[in-house]
Design a protein around this ligand. Structure first.
Ligand code: ADP
Length: 541
């Protein structure tokens, strides 16, 4: 028997229509790439999005076409997203921090047909255009006065282009399962893989993100997404904010401590989100300049494990609630958020920090399990760790072009490549990447846990742990460290510091001292490079 309710497809242009009707004057404030702070409203964003959709359709772009964006977080970038989706197209965010060859490879793989870009990236776009044959148009998000000289064909300034349209356009009639967005994984191992979001997955993800025990945001909030729109959809905030009518504050290209503080303060931001390195810079700025955060209520920290010291400082020194979150490009990206359940009411101090170290619980819409290598489900006991697998309406069912099929199984589980345990209350904690976990005598040792412990040593600036071949045990951990400036800790001193804090058989077999540990484009430790560096290393004895 069929339910007798209306068919109302979950499409993204309904989000911006809702914002423009219910919150027309709510502001979208941007630090523009040209310099000054500029302001628009949700009504303004919808008007420009309609013009963009009208122009793209008029110029022959078709529903399903991939339209790239290479841009900072600004109101214009948001308009471009809704315009592209409203024409039935697929916005494709590009990460400018990748090498130009990687970006060109990704654009060719996606067959991007047009690109919206910021002034900042014009030199990069000039390099890319000749190697991407599918590309037909470049829209530079600026006005006539700031338009740079260029020899590229089919280049327009955004503002002049918009002047050609009146915005009298009906959103494309696409179904909720149609593709509307695209983002490639960073490809730290192998080629990048394309994740293709649908209207439905974006709408459901935005609702999920806003829920009280997820981000817990509403129309009264002022939200600053420091996390870039090209980093996994700005964690969904580009859709969540207009859906709930929150004021948006967009940082443009400036994400240093002082610039972020200035926006937090002048725009009275209540909620913000970014990776740990951004918050390290902000906290340093606050401390050095004796500043406070009177308006900020919550900060979401994810993308990499949030160090305990950051959580502690935000909560104790500034009265800001930290929500540790975990996710992936493949999950739109939210997978879990660490907010407290009733059984944790009244917890304070170290007991609370212990929970906040975890990556948190899955909201409705995300199912998660941990399994062993044979796919057998492991207990939720807070210590048995295994492969973390997920499924849900905003989780990828495959990669674009069928790459990476081995990560998806027949029961619909996606293998995240992360290793984790889940406690009886449902709180998940990442212990490693599956490629980095150390397999010693058939048992697993968490490299992350060893690293977190080692960096607690006062003389160490950074630590990384890799597994290296061992005749008897298969693999054993090697601790690689960078000493703090002016310090010269010894191998025995470091091992003595760790001794007693972990199981005996987890103790690293040796400590190697280096000047620098290699990092990826997103600031994570590059273990592949480290393993290469130590390929000829042999353990003592
Ligand atoms: P990028 O490499 O560009 O950051 P993703 O955002 O998709 O791409 O990376 C997802 C991966 O980042 C996860 O699989 C996980 O390994 C790691 N990650 C994300 N959030 C956290 C977190 N809070 N703690 C530990 N690792 C995390």
């Amino acid at each position: 028997m069929h339910g007798l309710m209306q068919e109302w497809p979950l499409v993204c242009h309904k989000i911006i229509d809702h914002a423009a009707r219910q919150h027309p004057n709510r502001e979208v404030v941007s630090r523009s790439v040209e310099g000054p702070i500029v302001r628009t409203t949700y009504a303004g964003v919808r008007d420009n999005a309609r013009k963009i959709a009208q122009l793209l359709a008029r110029e022959g772009f078709q529903p399903g076409d991939r339209i790239a964006t290479l841009a900072w977080n600004t109101g214009r970038h948001l308009e471009a997203w809704f315009g592209i989706m409203g024409m039935g197209g697929v916005y494709h965010t590009l990460n400018p921090r990748l090498f130009p060859e990687q970006i060109a490879w990704i654009m060719n793989h996606a067959s991007d047909r047009a690109i919206f870009t910021d002034l900042t990236f014009m030199p990069l776009v000039e390099k890319l255009v000749p190697s991407v044959e599918s590309l037909r148009k470049v829209i530079v998000m600026t006005d006539a006065a700031h338009m740079p000289e260029t020899a590229l064909p089919n280049v327009v300034s955004y503002e002049e282009w918009l002047d050609e349209a009146d915005g009298d356009f009906e959103w494309a009639d696409v179904g909720e399962d149609a593709a509307c967005g695209m983002c490639y994984t960073s490809g730290t191992t192998g080629d990048p893989k394309g994740v293709l979001y649908s209207h439905r997955s974006n709408v459901l993800h935005a609702m999920m993100a806003a829920m009280p025990d997820a981000m817990g945001v509403g129309s009264k909030d002022v939200i600053l997404p420091v996390v870039p729109m090209f980093h996994a959809n700005a964690w969904g905030l580009g859709q969540t904010c207009p859906m709930i009518g929150a004021k948006m504050v967009m940082p443009g290209g400036k994400m240093d401590g002082e610039s972020i503080y200035e926006l937090l303060d002048t725009e009275k931001v209540t909620f913000t989100a970014a990776v740990p390195t951004v918050w390290l810079m902000l906290l340093q700025y606050l401390e050095q300049n004796d500043k406070k955060l009177p308006y900020l209520k919550k900060v979401v920290i994810g993308g990499a494990a949030c160090p305990r010291a950051i959580t502690e400082k935000f909560e104790k020194n500034y009265g800001v609630e930290v929500i540790h979150a975990w996710g992936m490009t493949e999950m739109s990206p939210l997978g879990s958020l660490c907010t407290m359940k009733p059984q944790h009411a009244g917890k304070t101090g170290d007991a609370l920090l212990d929970i906040k170290q975890k990556q948190g619980t899955a909201p409705f819409g995300v199912e998660m399990i941990v399994t062993d290598d044979d796919g057998k489900e492991l207990p939720w006991d807070g210590k048995t760790f295994g492969r973390l697998k997920v499924r849900g309406p905003a989780v990828a069912s495959s990669y674009y072009g069928g790459d990476g099929a081995e990560q998806f199984d027949e029961d619909g589980w996606f293998d995240t490549g992360d290793v984790a345990h889940i406690d009886p209350d449902g709180y998940m904690q990442i212990t490693d990447r599956s490629k980095d976990v150390i397999k010693s005598g058939g048992e697993w040792i968490s490299s992350i846990e060893l690293e977190n412990l080692a960096v607690g040593h006062r003389d160490l600036a950074e630590a990384a742990v890799i597994g290296l071949p061992h005749e008897k045990w298969g693999e054993r951990p090697l601790l690689v460290v960078v000493a703090r400036e002016g310090c010269a800790p010894s191998r025995d001193d470091i091992l003595a510091f760790m001794d007693g804090k972990i199981a005996k058989w987890w103790m690293p077999d040796d400590v190697a001292f280096v000047d620098e540990i290699p990092h990826t484009a997103t600031g994570k430790i590059k273990k592949t490079a480290l393993r290469e560096q130590f390929a000829h290393y042999r353990f003592p004895g």
